[in-house]
Write a protein that binds this ligand. Structure first.
Ligand code: ZN
Length: 286
């Protein structure tokens, strides 16, 4: 099943998708939020569908696509989780998952414009598989327990400012990860039954030119290991988002220039959808 949220920022309508058609979920839930995701979203949506209780949204294709999940309580991220990306960053592959945080207000729609922060000269892209939590996860006993705590998967762009992340960071990466809108998410939340999560091609482009092209089978720590590991340190709530790291092919690796105003970034994960963002100058967003 594919869930999405359509409409202007703050007024998105929850929908379930059937091909190109979108059906209004508001008879089931007011939003694609933690409460919905923790309470059998697929079964309740199917029951409403079977009862004919989900009217089609006729002008869906003309509506803005929001993040497919309401604002999460936490966005927990894994760094250097692809061996080739760790190498391009000049680091040895980690032996335990590296964790950092993004703020919830980084989460925006997949095609929303992204503002390059004031003073930035090193704004960068990172296509990532996002994991959405469906049941509270604390102190899981093993990676095998992770699946029961996952509501689905999304495309995410972990937009990063490398000078803020590395040069003025004081050793913590988050400063370069939390500018407003630095986490375009979606277009869809895809339920796990439709996703072969450790075999997904993920790609990015800048100005139509290819940048990243890898597969989630190259992760150092797989999704189940990440959820199990994080749950030892943080209580993951329904509706929370985990970003699982990015493969090689970002500007930080030195092969490509950083982003400038007017650049268009696209990111895509097989089966999870496609994003397209124009990057704009800070002055234009004032
Ligand atoms: Zn990242």
């Amino acid at each position: 099943m594919k869930f999405a949220r359509l409409g202007d920022p703050g007024n998105e309508v929850p929908v379930v998708l059937d091909g190109d058609r979108a059906f209004d979920l508001r008879s089931v839930t007011s939003d694609v939020d933690g409460e919905f995701l923790a309470n059998d979203p697929v079964g309740r949506t199917q029951a409403a569908w079977d009862a004919g209780a989900l009217p089609e949204i006729e002008d869906a294709s003309s509506l803005r696509i929001g993040s497919p999940i309401a604002r999460p309580s936490a966005v927990v991220c894994i760094g250097q989780n692809y061996a080739a990306h760790a190498r391009e960053s000049g680091a040895e592959p980690p032996t335990v998952p590296i964790m950092f945080l993004k703020t919830p207000n980084t989460v925006v729609g997949p095609n929303d414009a992204v503002t390059i922060p004031r003073g930035s000269e090193k704004t960068d892209w990172e296509v990532e598989l996002g994991v959405v939590i469906g049941a509270r996860a604390a102190y899981l006993d093993s990676p095998a327990d992770a699946a029961a705590h996952i509501a689905g998967f999304v495309v995410a762009n972990d937009v990063s400012e490398r000078a803020f992340q590395m040069e003025v960071s004081g050793g913590q990466w988050s400063k370069g990860k939390i500018a407003f809108g630095f986490n375009p998410t979606g277009p869809w939340l895809v339920t796990p039954d439709e996703v072969d999560v450790q075999n997904l091609r993920l790609r990015s482009w800048v100005g139509g030119e290819p940048r990243q092209d890898s597969n989630t089978n190259d992760m150092i720590f797989d999704v189940a290991t990440i959820v199990h590991h994080l749950s030892q340190y943080v209580t993951l709530e329904p509706g929370d988002l985990i970003l699982t790291g990015t493969p090689q092919g970002v500007a930080f690796g030195g092969k490509f220039p950083y982003l400038k105003a007017g650049d268009v970034v696209e990111v895509e994960i097989e089966g999870l959808g496609h994003q397209r963002q124009e990057f704009t100058a800070w002055e234009a967003a004032r």
